[in-house]
Design a protein around this ligand. Sequence first.
Ligand code: NOJ
Length: 543
Amino acid sequence: MLELLWYKNAVIYSLDLETFRDGNGDGTGDFDGLFNKLDYLHALGVDTIWLAPFQITPNKDNGYDIADFYGVDPRHGSSGDFVNFMHKANQLGLRVIIDLVVNHTSDQHPWFIESRSSKDNPKRNWYVWSDEKPSDWDEGMVFPGVQKATWTLDKKSKSYYFHRFYDFMPDLNTDNPEVREEITRIMGYWLQLGVSGFRMDAVPFVLESPAPGDQEPVMHFEYLKEMRAFLQWRKGDAVLLGEANVLPEESKNYFGEDGEGIHLMFNFFVNQYTFYALATADIKPLIEALLATKEIFPKSQWAYFLRNHDELDLGRLTDEQRQKVFERFGPEEQMQLYQRGIRRRLAPMLGNRQQLELAYSLMFALPGTPVIRYGDEIGMGDDLTLKERDAVRTPMQWTRDKNAGFSKADKLVHPVIGEGFYSYTHTNVEAQRRDQGSLLNWTTDLIRLRKECPEIGLGDWQILDTRFNSILCMSYQWKERKLFTWHNFSEKAQEVIITAEEAGSTRLIDVFNNIESVADEKGNHTILLEAYGYRWFRAPSSV
Ligand code: NOJ
């Protein structure tokens, strides 16, 4: 009964409370604000909300620097507001997953304050220490160009602590059974408050045992099984959705050799080749990426996305491929980040409605769970004057009123985009709701359509040869249901042919437009694809 696994066909909406909607008028988004926008999300058709970290934090890394895992940062409201929000979300049938950030804490976390206080403090081994300066102290940074080291001297205890990310985020020692026990307590706490699982931050780094010097870190994949088992004792259908930008052959270790590891993982590999295909119209590497990540267990699942709250990471492409994507989507130096990525939103990157629709249609047609990012449903822009990844973290644009209807305050946590095509006066929810042909209404239709096509998340899929280098055709089959999708990455319109034999039917229904195609006397269906066109067809006998 795989169809009962809710995450196989969920549509996930990711948002950051901070910039979604400010209910109390202090300039920062909060649970009260989100509470009042749940109807919007429900009407959009998404069924799962992924909340970025909202726990107590000095907020030096957008909340990923947590100083207390068991509460709500007062900027976002109270635990009472969280429970009210959960209650309404559940009433509307919306699930909630939250970030689980346990690779590191803030350096302001009481555990770290204790740990650094002396070498014999009971919390000393909760973090990773070295008495000597490790030879690789300036290697392995995740934010090159901004981050200078991975081992930093703690003047107080005169030794070096390990931090895979910024120096104000020391890594927890997840080899320590006490730390593991605490992590289960954190998971148990939020599960008890009703969440349906966790987007697990920085999974490879949680699993590694970092060692000073040049030794290869040991990876503890069995820890994922342990976490999954705990999760399922506590809440049978809760899931872990992993952030792990790893090679296809490594991803098997995360899902587990028997499928009993992590439930879902973001497919970063396919993501990068999708952008390569969008930039060059060459889909060969994308097909290879899809095939390389094809074999997964029935209860495991890929999550597909286009953009998230970080930079578009192109680190897996060859230098030449990356250069081509930079040229097309991030030609200016200020658009690039960490020597590997682009810090722009999807709409300004693609720059036209046809390619935006193509990209979204493709993402929803990929064999997994689609994850969309707040604001992308209306085609929001970015603000390159903001530092690092903040460029893509500006407030949600609800209306053309002051502060885009995000907040009544005079000063905001991040400025709204107030100039140019992507200004809130032009790009906002209210205006798009009134416009039949808006991106918002189109996205709402796409989500509804995706929900009517469970074979995409559940079925077997194949790539069919179209004889064009720029047209991707996929077929999906789940029980009696059969679906075909075509995506044309080129700016040239093309006709493609599928035989009635391949389609398993002499009739095909275009599910976007409800138009029927009947095979000609030779038994061929001819499908017209506009420039950047996309079509989804169903064999009628299979509904
Ligand atoms: C990955 C998150 O997506 C990113 O925003 C954060 O900076 C790092 N992990 C560190 O938590």
